[in-house]
Design a protein around this ligand. Structure first.
Ligand code: SF4
Length: 234
């Protein structure tokens, strides 16, 4: 059960279409998504070999919380930091995670820090249900007297793995202002690159980051049940 959730594969229509080239399915065959229909594809951490995205919601939240994956195999037990568990495609896109073939996952550890008051998970998708995220943002803040003392920010739907940017998180330390949120979003997306159909994701991600941080700062987590979007700070 744990393995199924954490080892969810990246999502790409061409991966399932055996009439098209796909480096993830057949190494060295090419990537049909680059130059193809790539509306759902990645804008960060891509390689010339693969631009697929990690579709999970749960893993994005676990990344923001600094979870740890416990694995065991013939070589013994080990702990993998969540940021190191999933992989970017590089030149081995067939490998989605850093779990060895002879290992199994035995547990997930969550630090006691839960950011229970100031958090949100914002998921932008084509439909309100039964759809993977075009862009999702997990945001968690620790404010004190109007100043952010710690910030976590993880994105889904934009890369081959849940995407964190420590520089942007560090920039959020200080007064909780829209300008600060915009600055952090710009940092996250500085290296973003579109492939045609998915160019819109760059601006979508920028707005989603600002919205999610605004909601988290107000202590108004968005309910995925009632679909309302909470207000933002000015
Ligand atoms: S993006 Fe990745 S999964 Fe999709 S066709 Fe290219 S190599 Fe295959």
């Amino acid at each position: 059960m744990i393995d199924e959730g954490l080892l969810q594969r990246t999502r790409c229509i061409y991966f399932y279409d055996t009439s098209t080239p796909c480096n993830k399915r057949a190494a060295g065959s090419g990537c049909a998504a680059i130059g193809g229909i790539n509306r759902m594809h990645a804008i960060l951490g891509t390689s010339e070999h693969c631009i697929a995205t990690h579709p999970s919601d749960m893993c994005v939240a676990l990344a923001a919380l600094d979870a740890r994956v416990l694995a065991t195999g013939p070589g013994g037990a080990r702990t993998i930091a969540f940021a190191d568990f999933h992989r970017l495609p590089g030149d081995t896109p067939e490998r989605d995670a850093n779990l060895r073939a002879d290992e199994i996952i035995t547990a997930i550890e969550l630090p006691p820090r839960g950011f229970a008051r100031n958090y949100t998970y914002l998921k932008i998708r084509d439909r309100l249900s039964y759809a993977f995220a075009l862009v999702s943002v997990a945001a968690a803040l620790e404010p004190q007297d109007g100043t952010i003392r710690e910030a976590r920010l993880a994105l889904g739907g934009v890369a081959h793995k849940p995407w964190r940017n420590r520089e942007a998180e560090a920039q959020l330390i200080g007064p909780a202002t829209r300008q600060s949120f915009q600055h952090a979003a710009d940092t996250v997306l500085r290296q973003a690159r579109g492939f045609g159909h998915n160019d819109f994701k760059i601006e979508l991600a920028r707005r989603a980051i600002i919205r999610a941080l605004s909601q988290a700062a107000r202590g108004t987590p968005q309910s995925q049940a009632d679909k309302r979007i909470a207000g933002s700070v000015s």
